[in-house]
Design a protein around this ligand. Structure first.
Ligand SMILES: Nc1ncnc2c1ncn2[C@@H]1O[C@H](COP(=O)(O)OP(=O)(O)O)[C@@H](O)[C@H]1O
Ligand SMILES: [Mg+2]
Length: 456
């Protein structure tokens, strides 16, 4: 956020309240305070008397207090205005690229460094109408109005059962980030601080924790030793996206990269310590630590995100201008309601068949992959050798398999097959199916087709 945006927003509020714009001295005072100038420095910069500036500033704080309905003074004007502007941007649903710290020479504010925080809430249970939110790392908010059942599940876990650790995992492009953004939009007033961090660069835990603590300081100005301490003293919602980047490729799912091993302990600690906050992990792979901690009345939950329901998926096809509606269900089922895959395939149908789904499906190839191939490959390259062997075996099977049937010809022991299936399921690549009273496993059909093609 820059001073121009802030001045413009403040001016609009003052006009709405008084019918008059901010005058040039009022703007100069705001700009000076934003740049950490004292009244004397502001007076010098504008060749004015100190007393005059001080008196006008006092009037300005009074005007802003009346306009905003909260106590505004020199020491808190920056944080009050920033928070108001941020909440306003967010509530309008615009891209939440909130450079909330950027005014201090582009660097992040350090605890206690002249950065007053807004007044704490009366009690943690109070709804906070203007939480501080940092979504600089989040992707653009798309209009994904569906996922109502997933949203209500997440809301219930967070607001009713007080779940402290949630993992949302699933294939790339399935809509994990979109869902989490929608969730924030729904529950933001329940929190004091909300921060989104992408782990795409695999930061060390200590780097991440330092960043989180710097952010929380804006709400809770007394520095606290650990992130968990902030989780106790305020109601924080932390979203860690792209968490698969701290896991090792070429290994079974959920094994940490060298230097990132302590994340596992941190996740456990978040789940098992008592506090009022929530950590959401978004990943292609389910972290292993969650399994023993999850369940009803347990501190952790996992949401394996699957494709969209048919009606939601149809909207993607409507937006792309496809025709032959009677064939849409078939197309959606073929691509499993996966929103990103459907977007890509719909574009192909427009390019090659002028939008005709019938002509696309009549093409013969059961599942056309085209531009999906690199996306599928990005998952397969992460598999361990054992998982690759087992996934190739599964891809060669026409039916879901009973995992007691170990393929004799593939040099795999039963325990290796089980271990690989468990890991592939934690990546959302293998699904459990119920056949009568029996449990069987099958590889995701789109991946099955891709692997079969690779083998040809
Ligand atoms: N609920 C939805 N409705 C329509 N399109 C969606 C929905 N969720 C995701 N998408 C589409 O899929 C793309 C990938 O979603 P994203 O949330 O980035 O996936 P992920 O985080 O799982 O990789 C989005 O850019 C959007 O185009
Ligand atoms: Mg994402």
């Amino acid at each position: 956020m820059d001073i121009e945006e802030l001045l413009q927003w403040t001016d609009e509020q003052v006009v709405a309240n008084t019918g008059k714009h901010l005058d040039s001295l009022q703007k100069a005072i705001l700009e000076g305070v934003w740049q950490h100038q004292n009244y004397e420095e502001i007076a010098d910069t504008h060749h004015l008397g100190y007393d005059h500036v001080k008196k006008q500033a006092w009037r300005l704080w009074k005007l802003l207090s009346e306009t905003l309905g909260e106590d505004v003074k020199k020491s808190n004007v920056c944080s009050v205005l920033e928070n108001r502007v941020i909440s306003n941007i967010y509530n309008k649903g615009e891209r939440a690229q909130m450079q909330i710290f950027s005014h201090i020479n582009g660097t992040v504010t350090i605890c206690g460094e002249n950065t007053p925080s807004p007044s704490p809430p009366d009690s943690p249970q109070n709804k906070n109408l203007s939480p501080i939110i940092d979504l600089r790392d989040a992707p653009a908010l798309i209009d994904s109005s569906h996922r109502t059942s997933e949203l209500s599940t997440l809301k219930q876990w967070i607001l009713q059962t007080g779940t402290r650790l949630i993992a949302i995992y699933g294939l790339s492009g399935i809509g994990k980030s979109a869902l989490a953004l929608k969730l924030i939009e729904n529950i933001q007033t329940e929190f004091d601080c909300i921060i989104w961090r992408s782990l795409s660069n695999a930061p060390t835990l200590s780097t991440l924790q330092t960043e989180l603590k710097q952010f929380f300081c804006r709400w809770q100005p007394t520095p606290l030793p650990t992130v968990i301490d902030y989780f106790r003293s305020s109601r924080c919602l932390v979203i860690l996206d792209d968490v698969q980047n701290i896991f090792k490729p070429g290994q079974l799912a959920g094994q940490y990269l060298a230097g990132c091993e302590d994340y596992g302990k941190f996740f456990q600690q978040v789940a098992t310590s008592s506090h009022q906050s929530c950590l959401i992990i978004i990943s292609w792979e389910k972290p292993r630590e969650l399994t023993p901690l999850e369940g009803e009345n347990r501190p952790a939950r996992t949401l394996h995100l699957q494709g969209l329901a048919e009606q939601a998926a149809r909207e993607i096809l409507i937006e792309k201008g496809l025709t032959d509606e009677d064939k849409w269900s078939e197309l959606i089922a073929l691509y499993q309601g996966h929103p990103y895959w459907l977007n890509i395939i719909a574009s192909t149908i427009v390019e090659l068949f002028n939008g005709s789904v019938s002509r696309f499906l009549a093409g013969g190839t059961r599942i056309f992959l085209g531009d999906l191939e690199p996306l599928l490959e990005s998952h397969l390259v992460r598999l361990s050798e054992l998982e690759t062997k087992v996934s190739y075996w599964l891809a060669s099977q026409a039916q879901a398999v009973d995992i007691s049937d170990v393929p004799a010809d593939r040099d795999l022991s039963q325990s290796e097959v089980w271990q690989a299936i468990q890991s592939l399921a934690r990546r959302g690549l293998v699904e459990k199916v119920q056949v009568g009273a029996e449990v069987r496993f099958r590889i995701n059909p789109v991946f099955q087709h891709y692997i079969q093609r690779k083998l040809r």
